[in-house]
Write a protein of this length. Structure first.
Lengths: 215, 215
DNA sequence: ACCTGAACACCGTTCAAGT
DNA sequence: ACCTGAACACCGTTCAAGT
């Protein structure tokens, strides 16, 4: 016995069915950091929760579902604080900072990148949605689709980078690894953003040409 | 005791100690495609080879070592054929094609991206080395370090992309997934290469300014 | 040099049963 | 609504022993 939460007779209907789920996910993330993804077993996690492993299957369909929720939780960590989308927005710095936060969150815990590489639950109920971010990025002048593709590309790049950095832990910079990790990541990030800028310049040039031809 | 190389009595010194290793790795890759990474157990693989699982540990230190060699083998697949570095090289197309090949190789077999995300053995003995590729890319005008960072960034991006695409298989385009995969990948790829080009333009501009000021 | 038998210490998952 | 006991069908890895 552990967390009964609500009583059996009535009231407090378990709030959307996800109250203990959150604490299980949080405990799993804490445990992950201690034992790594190989050590994260349902039995170990259950022990950490003061429960038997079979009980976990009342809360989650299977281990995959749990891992996916862990992924969602880590992405929320990455998005939360500084989504400064005020009026004086410098879009390129805002965008770069978002990518950095994803990488840093992945690196912040053992095998974190491996977890974040998983699919996430449909919508993370987070304070800041993907759509909000699209709107913010559109202030740069990029089209709606370009914004979505941009965010997708940077998400993939950040996770790909963190994954490689983490899997080489201790294996000491293999064949083609250069830079401290940090600086290698920045190179790719800045180069990509340079590409976006030249795209914007080109679009402005074309728009200008149209305007002139209309005169 | 591990691999002494030559036999005690004499002849057929096992050719660098890697003859069966290659066929084990190849069999493992074939099996991976059939059963996926969750189904790829040492017992199943041993059965496929007509062997008992304990025997695998004579050839490989552990399962991780085997998986890493599988990663190396897949990268060789991705590099082999068209490293056309002839005189009429169009570096941007050459570079893009290399990135595409990594992604395609990863997508070519079940859970392939997951395997390629692992560290690879020090040097894959492949026909084409990382250093060869650096030299080829330097013909674009990029500096040595920029070439290394570029290739690293594209490798990470390609694997990150393939990983996401593959992990969403069947889970049907979650939250922020757009494009067919193919087109989403191309957007990031072209944008990054645009960034490299604007970098080159900028460097040429600076070099020109120096030259003029020397007159 | 290469392989096996047998064991050790684990896994994820299911399900009847408890409260 | 939530949890347990007990079982099923697996794992990766080690190691003495075989040939």
């Amino acid at each position: 016995m552990k967390r009964s939460g609500a009583a059996e007779t009535s009231d407090r209907p378990r709030e959307k069915g996800s109250l203990d789920r959150a604490v299980i996910v949080a405990t799993a993330l804490k445990l992950l950091d201690e034992v790594g993804s190989d050590g994260l077993s349902t039995r170990r996690l259950a022990a950490e929760l003061g429960i038997k492993s079979a009980s976990l299957y009342w809360h989650f369909k299977d281990k995959n579902e749990l891992l996916n929720e862990m992924s969602g939780a880590m992405f929320e960590e990455a998005l939360l604080p500084p989504n400064v989308s005020g009026p004086g927005l410098v879009w390129d710095e805002w965008l770069a900072e978002g990518a950095r936060r994803i990488r840093r969150t992945a690196l912040s815990r053992r095998d974190g990148a491996q977890v974040m590489a998983r699919p996430r639950p449909k919508f993370p109920q987070g304070r800041i949605s993907f759509e909000d971010n699209v709107k913010t990025l559109m202030r740069s002048g990029l089209a709606d689709m370009e914004c979505r593709l941009t965010m997708q590309a940077l998400r993939r790049y950040a996770i790909g980078a963190a994954l490689q950095e983490q899997s080489n832990k201790g294996a000491a910079a293999a064949a083609g690894i250069v830079g401290t990790g940090e600086e290698g990541f920045e190179f790719g990030l800045q180069t990509f953003i340079d590409g976006l800028k030249s795209r914007l310049v080109e679009q402005a040039r074309l728009a200008g040409a149209v305007k002139r031809s209309r005169k």
